[in-house]
Design a protein around this ligand. Structure first.
Ligand code: PEP
Ligand code: MG
Length: 757
């Protein structure tokens, strides 16, 4: 036996290289391969099983009975060979027959052999066959022998794919074992349904050439790729707290650790020494790491593994020169996009007509990309684990975020059921669309103001499709988030003016930028440093009042854009009344300055405060006299009231918007506002849910700003509701709350004929 794995594999690879290059038919090549391997490692048996029509078929052997070739077949998971393929794991046994999975196949004559070692032949991370060796005397195979077999298996995977010996689907992209229908679940990030074919945002590179022609050249290629990758990672780390692609700082730190890990680079070099190309060597090392990690059941390590996978794929893309994302390649059909995470700008690069949904391995409700996806109307399922092992590029997917799941490779019956549900949804939507021109008036004649939330230029179109009364929350930070550089005042002004023009005489409430904390901008050094609790950090108005250059520019952009109209401005995260006063003064100073220079000004400027920090509720007497309106941001309010991070999926279901704490808190704000004659609305996600909206109306709130898709369902609810009746019911329930307020309100709605979509 040769002394090292590299030397051992190299000797075999040199001989295999000639076989691969020869013009002999594939079967003859396989027959030669088993001879070469058998001789090289001195084993009595060497066999190759390949996956065809879903079963593993003995394709070539040296040492087993010839009659068994193309006759012996094992199902996935059957016998030692089936187990290796199913688990994509190595088996190394000194006594094969004593293994619980051993299945005796008499036609092979294998009962003479005691020891057995088998490795999976892997393509696109799945086993497409098995390479096995056997000896008559009981012995365990040395690590170097197993290593050599694995390296050879890589080369075999190229040979059999090129020769079309495995299931056609495997060559075409789908992984053969990935044929079963499965359902993966995740967190509901953006509601909706979509059907399409799986496309990975960063396409995985399939290694096409495995045997090196010139080892030194391969080594140089890998060195250069490492240099380039390190440069990229260093740049990402420098680009402030968030990378351009949206990766979090911790991920970047881990990338950095791996990128400079000498061990990793050394192992890749060793694999090249054994005769592999740079691509094959990177993949080989990755396979080995995957296998080791699978044996260690540690979630922390699994996360790290994820990072290394990403980096390894990055290195592969650099070395093979295939750097584009799926967006740059263009979507050719209805697509469900799969990514670990995305930045908002990356999402916006995709063709919206073909993008039917997004699956993220990470993602949380407040991530920028989610806000943008919601605005684009693209459903998103987040925190779906094990995606790469379960979904192949091109797989058909049915994404149903309302169920929190995605069906992978659905049966035709499932497809029919999905289509029926989709049709029902569309019918319901059509019915809601028919409500476009009817006003949101309760049965007893109270007009509710229904507005939409927006943030992108195109969102203004939602006003016409929904018949909403205006834009109740325009998140101006979207423009900053999707831009690679700080949007200059002129660009801001143009956007604001376009939106107001599209809205016509319907009001648009512009919220000044809510950035900082977890919404850091890569091009803006906020000096916030590392914050332990960014949601409670230096963000929104806190940052804007201190770094007032940004706020002044925005004020001027808004005031100039609003020339000749009534301009509505609101400030986020007001925690104390003086913060509002200062922000308003800043705007008024800009208005005066512009006026003094003869600029056309708005007819009027109406100033509002968002109430999303509970502390402000204790200063209503101080703020109400100075504001023109209040808008309650229930997303942040809930997280602060319950001390529950709105981005933490573990807490997502724990606290209900219909809990007595929230409802009583809201009542406490609404009553003084009403007495002071200050309009008060809700612009958080809560208002977009019909049952919640019903409760809000029962508390005396008659202005809601919601996601456009919710306008129809909420309007239908309003038109079937008796406001006086729900007001009485809310008073009764809040006097004596029950634990399950949602259940109680749902039951009340049902008995009172309230339409809940
Ligand atoms: C809120 O906090 O409820 C809100 C509407 O603002 P955002 O979701 O943008 O923080
Ligand atoms: Mg908020």
């Amino acid at each position: 036996m040769p002394v090292s794995a590299a030397a051992s594999a190299r000797e075999i690879l040199v001989r295999l290289h000639d076989v691969m290059a020869s013009r002999t038919p594939a079967q003859a090549k396989l027959n030669q391969v088993v001879q070469i391997i058998g001789e090289a490692i001195g084993s009595e048996v060497c066999s190759i099983y390949l996956l065809r029509e879903g079963v593993l078929e003995l394709f070539a052997t040296r040492g087993l009975a010839e009659e068994a070739v193309h006759v012996t077949k094992l199902a996935m998971g059957e016998g030692l060979v089936g187990t290796i393929a199913e688990d994509v794991e190595v088996l190394n046994l000194d006594e094969a027959a004593s293994h619980p999975d051993f299945a005796y196949k008499p036609e092979t004559g294998e009962d003479r052999f005691h020891s057995f070692a088998g490795v999976p032949i892997i393509r696109r991370e799945r086993a497409v066959g098995v390479l096995a060796v056997q000896h008559s005397e009981p012995r365990k195979y040395a690590d170097v022998e197993i290593e050599a077999l694995q390296t050879v298996a890589m080369v075999l995977s190229e040979l059999i794919a090129n020769a079309g010996l495995i299931d056609a689907a495997a060559g075409a992209g789908a992984r053969p074992q990935m044929t079963a229908t499965i359902r993966l679940s995740g967190q509901k990030l953006v509601e909706g349904m979509g059907s399409g074919f799986a496309v990975y945002h960063q396409p995985r590179i399939v290694v096409e050439h495995t045997v090196a022609e010139d080892i030194d050249a391969e080594r140089r290629r890998v060195y250069a790729a490492f240099d380039k990758m390190r440069e990229q990672i260093d740049r990402m780390a420098r680009e402030a707290e968030f990378g351009v692609a949206g990766e979090h700082v911790e991920v970047i730190e881990t990338y950095k650790m791996f990128a400079y890990d000498e061990g990793w680079a050394r192992r890749i070099n060793e694999a090249i020494d054994s005769g592999l190309t740079a691509e094959a060597a990177i993949e080989r090392v990755q396979q080995r790491t995957r296998q080791r990690m699978r044996q260690i059941d540690d979630p922390l390590l699994a996360d790290r593994m994820h990072d290394l996978e990403d980096l390894s794929n990055r290195l592969l893309r650099i070395v093979s020169g295939q750097m584009g994302t799926a967006a740059q390649l263009g979507l050719r059909q209805d697509t469900i996009l799969i990514a670990r995470n995305l930045g908002p700008a990356e999402l916006l690069e995709y063709d919206r007509r073909r993008l039917k949904g997004v699956i993220l391995e990470e993602g949380s409700l407040t991530a920028h990309v989610i806000i943008v996806a919601r605005a684009m109307g693209v459903p998103v399922l987040g925190r779906v684990s094990d995606v790469r092992r379960q979904i192949a590029d091109g797989d058909q997917l049915l994404l149903d975020v309302s169920e929190g799941s995605v069906l992978v490779r659905p049966s035709s019956a499932m497809e029919e059921a999905f289509d029926a549900k989709l049709e029902l949804r569309q019918k319901r939507r059509a019915a809601f669309a028919a409500l476009r021109d009817v006003p949101p008036v309760t049965k007893d004649g109270h007009r509710v103001t229904l507005m939409v939330n927006a943030g992108l230029r195109d969102d203004a179109a939602a006003l016409d499709t929904t018949g909403a009364d205006g834009i109740g929350l325009f998140r101006t930070e979207f423009q900053f988030l999707v831009s690679a550089t700080l949007p200059q005042r002129e660009r801001q002004q143009r956007l604001y003016r376009d939106v107001m023009e599209a809205a016509g005489d319907r009001p648009v409430v512009f919220r000044t930028i809510d950035i900082g904390g977890d919404k850091a901008l890569p091009y803006l050094n906020t000096e916030a440093g590392d914050e332990e609790n960014p949601a409670m950090g230096w963000r929104a108005l806190r940052l804007a009042l201190e770094r007032d250059g940004l706020m002044k520019a925005q004020a001027r952009a808004l005031i100039e854009a609003g020339a000749g109209r009534t301009l509505h401005v609101m400030f986020p995260m007001v925690s104390e009344a003086w913060e509002f006063d200062e922000a308003k003064s800043l705007f008024e100073a800009q208005r005066a300055w512009l006026g003094s220079r003869g600029r056309r000004l708005p007819l009027d400027v109406r100033y509002g405060a968002m109430l999303e920090v509970p502390a402000l509720a204790e200063q209503l007497d101080l703020i109400l006299p100075n504001v023109d309106f209040l808008s309650i941001g229930t997303n942040d309010l809930t997280q602060f009231l319950f001390a529950a991070d709105r981005a933490n999926p573990k807490l997502a279901e724990r606290y209900d918007w219909l809990s007595p704490s929230i409802l009583r808190f809201l009542r406490r704000v609404v009553e003084p506002a009403r007495e002071a004659d200050v309009p008060v609305g809700v612009c958080g996600e809560m208002g977009g849910r019909p049952l919640e909206a019903m409760a809000l109306i029962g508390l005396g709130i008659d202005r809601l700003s919601i996601t456009p898709a919710a306008v129809g369902p909420v309007k239908a609810m309003i038109r079937s509701l008796d406001r006086d009746a729900i007001t009485a019911e809310m008073a009764r329930l809040l006097a004596h709350p029950v634990r399950d307020m949602r259940g109680a309100l749902g039951a009340w709605a049902a008995t009172n004929g309230v339409e809940l979509a």
